[in-house]
Structure formats: structure tokens, C-alpha cells
Write a protein that binds this ligand. Structure first.
Ligand SMILES: *Cc1c(COP(=O)(O)O)cnc(C)c1O
Length: 387
């Protein structure tokens, strides 16, 4: 009998989402503004605020996607055609595409092995080299891949040294933190995603996180067609249609109620894999480098050392696919993508090696005991079989 597919990460409703959606229908707030949009923004603001860590100024604009949030972040930081923007190479294309929307040039930087994220050493080298060639980069896009915080102190130090703002791509890291402070609050501007596969979903959506109310207001202005204050439609700037729907925001309000619970469940999935792979030589489960890091474990990642296991990452992936279990290679680095092949890159092959040996495993907060049994039978079956 064909068993149901085990997905990498699928939507997981908490239960109250429909109540908020129904409220929107009852009040006829079926529009890209309304009480759910405002309520969802407040929920995220209070989730990210933390007076203990002096994070008091958090201003959130709910938007139609994480990609839209990145696009607006770059506009707000003044990125213009011909400017250069540094970007972590190993990431989802949506981190880099908005640089192209603006006619700017992405300069890709390698990862380091501890967090898989932006390497501070190559970041500094890249900045120095770009400056020596006559151009100081306008912004740095740093990503918390798979929910793991990047080396925040080190990256911030480099950014401050050269006075370049950071766009903190926290699309995968809602619920993660570094030294007790929530991801999304570190960059000059932060962004979140609520796409269907993310830690919480609005069926599609995103947010921009600003440290000043005025920056949030400017983001909302640009996201609603940049309408000047006039009785007629008047525009002094180019605008966008990037606001979040009040229906989607209702789903988001319900999801915020279960966010921490879902983080716990994803962390439990990570522990489940740590336990299984403890006994399988040659496979490493990525985990937090030290206690400064708290990862939401959006996806659990392994790397397969073929020299030890005698079997490749790809053979394992195909074997699991045969069992109707979805596993996926890590994000293919941007400097290896055909569409970005002519863009500058600074690095030393780390992202490339991680891409070749790494695999994402099913990590959803809604995986059942039966799913776990199938996963463990699949993993043990593959790695214990004789060559
Ligand atoms: C999902 C994702 C985005 C884009 O978010 P959307 O809401 O899908 O537009 C950006 N960056 C990273 C790292 C992502 O994983």
C-alpha cells in the first residue's frame, strides 16, 4: 500500500486561524488592510520586543511576501541602479533577486562551517576589495539559514567597521535567538516570511522589521502605491502593491498563538534525528555551535561523508524518495546559479562543499509518531545495508 507523502515542511494550523478569518468576513474587512493586519503586526512586535535585552523599538509592517520585504528594505536603504550589495551566496534566490529588481549588483560571499551562514572573514575581504576597486557596497544581506543565527557579533563588527547597513533575512528564523535576543531585531532592517513552508504561514506573506516608526511608516507608504496626502490620487514616488491581505493576516494571528509550541516540536524533531544518527558513522546532524545560539530548527540538516558511509547524499535522497519521503539538497549557492554566473564571488569553496554533502530532512511540527517510525526505518535501512 502506498503511504502518504512525508513532506519537508508543511503548513500546520493551530486551530484559531479560522476564527480570525471569519471575523474579517463578518466585518467585511476583505481587503489589504483591517484589524487582522494591525493585530498581526502588534503580535509580532510584542513577540520580538524584549526589554531585558533593550529591544524596545520594534516596528513591523505586514507585507505580501518576504521577497517584497527585502525589496522594500533595499529601497529604504537607498540602493540604486549600479550600486553593489553584498549577499550570502548560500541562500534561497529570494534573498538576492530584489538586488536585481533595483538594477544593483549582487556581490556574493561564502559561508563558514559553524552556522552555514555568511563568513565574516570573506565578508571583510570582499568589502576591502570592492572599496579598492572604487565602490563601497551599499548593504549586506545576511541570512539565518534553516533558522540558525549567523555569527551576529562578528558580522556586526565588520558592518560597523565599514559603516554598511545590514538587511537581516530572518525568513527562516522566526523563533530563533542569539544571546537571548530574537532574530529579526539585529539588522538595520529585518525581514520575515510566512510562506506555506515556513515556521508559521499566512498562506503567503511577509514582514519588514524596523527600529524606527518612521521607517515602518515609509515601508507601508511604499507598499500601498506611494499615495501622497491628497483627496485625489497623487504620487511623488514610485509605489508598490505589497501590503498583506486582512484574510491572510487572520491566519497569521492564529499562527502566532502556536509559534513557540511549533518551535518546540521542530526542536524535538531535531533531537529525534540527533538520536538516530548518533549510531551512524559519517553522518553529522548540524546543531548549535554553542549556548549563545538558539535555533528554531525550521529544517534539520545533515551532511553525509561518503568516504566514511560508502554511500552518497544523493543515493540516500533517492532511497527516501522511493519511500515517499521528501528530502532536499541544501540551497544551491547563488554564485553557482546560471542566472548569477557573471556576478562577483568571494570565498573558498565552503558553500559549494556544503551543497554537495548536505541534505534537509522532514522537519515539520506536524509529523506524527507513525511518520517518525517510517523515517527511522528508512534511515536505518539505508545506512545499515551492506554495500
Ligand atoms: C522564504 C525565503 C524568502 C522569501 O520569502 P517569501 O515570503 O517566500 O517571498 C527569503 N529569504 C529566505 C532565506 C527564504 O527562505
Amino acid at each position: 500500500m502506498e503511504q502518504g507523502k512525508i513532506w519537508l515542511s508543511s503548513p500546520h494550523m493551530g486551530g484559531t486561524e479560522q476564527k480570525f478569518v471569519n471575523e474579517a468576513f463578518d466585518a467585511n474587512w476583505v481587503a489589504p488592510l483591517g484589524p487582522n493586519v494591525t493585530g498581526f503586526e502588534l503580535d509580532i512586535e510584542s513577540y520580538l520586543s524584549d526589554s531585558k535585552n533593550e529591544v524596545n523599538d520594534v516596528h513591523v509592517a505586514a507585507l505580501s511576501s518576504g521577497t517584497a520585504a527585502l525589496h522594500l528594505a533595499l529601497i529604504l536603504l537607498g540602493v540604486e541602479p549600479g550600486d553593489e550589495v553584498l549577499c550570502q551566496s548560500m541562500t534561497f534566490a529570494a534573498s538576492a533577486n530584489p538586488i536585481m529588481y533595483l538594477g544593483a549588483i549582487p556581490v556574493f560571499v561564502d559561508s563558514e562551517r559553524d552556522t552555514l551562514n555568511l563568513c565574516p572573514v570573506y565578508l571583510e575581504k570582499a568589502i576591502e576589495d570592492r572599496i579598492s576597486k572604487g565602490k563601497k557596497p551599499k548593504a549586506i544581506i545576511a541570512v539565518h539559514l534553516y533558522g540558525m543565527p549567523y555569527k551576529i557579533d562578528d558580522i556586526q563588527k565588520v558592518a560597523e567597521k565599514f559603516e554598511i547597513p545590514i538587511v537581516e533575512d530572518s525568513a527562516e528564523a522566526l523563533g530563533s535567538s542569539y544571546k537571548g535576543r530574537k532574530c529579526g531585531t539585529f539588522g538595520t532592517i529585518g525581514i520575515l516570511s510566512f510562506n506555506g513552508n515556513k515556521i508559521i504561514t499566512t498562506s503567503g506573506g511577509g514582514a519588514l522589521i524596523a527600529k524606527e516608526k518612521s521607517v515602518k511608516n515609509k515601508a507601508v507608504f511604499l507598499a500601498t502605491q506611494a499615495r501622497d496626502d491628497a483627496p485625489h490620487y497623487q504620487h511623488s514616488e514610485i509605489g508598490y502593491n505589497y501590503r498583506l491581505s486582512n484574510i491572510s493576516a487572520g491566519i497569521g494571528r492564529g499562527q502566532m498563538e502556536v509559534l513557540d509550541e511549533h518551535v518546540d516540536l521542530r526542536r524535538a524533531m531535531n533531537q529525534f534525528y540527533q538520536d538516530i544518527f548518533l549510531n551512524i558513522e559519517g553522518v553529522t546532524v548540524f546543531s548549535e555551535p554553542n549556548d549563545d545560539y538558539f535555533c528554531n530548527n525550521w529544517l534539520t540538516i545533515i551532511s553525509v561523508d561518503e568516504k566514511v558511509t560508502g554511500k552518497s547524499r544523493e543515493e540516500f535522497r533517492l532511497y527516501m524518495e522511493g519511500l515517499n519521503i521528501e528530502c532536499r539538497p541544501l540551497w544551491k549557492p547563488m554564485h553557482l546559479q546560471p542566472v548569477f554566473k557573471n556576478m562577483p564571488f568571494y570565498g573558498n569553496g565552503i558553500a559549494e562543499e556544503l551543497f554537495e554533502t548536505g541534505l534537509c530532512l522532514p522537519s515539520g511540527s506536524n509529523l506524527t509518531g507513525d511518520d517518525r517510525k517510517r523515517l527511522s526505518v528508512g534511515i536505518n535501512g539505508f545506512f545499515s545495508a551492506q554495500n
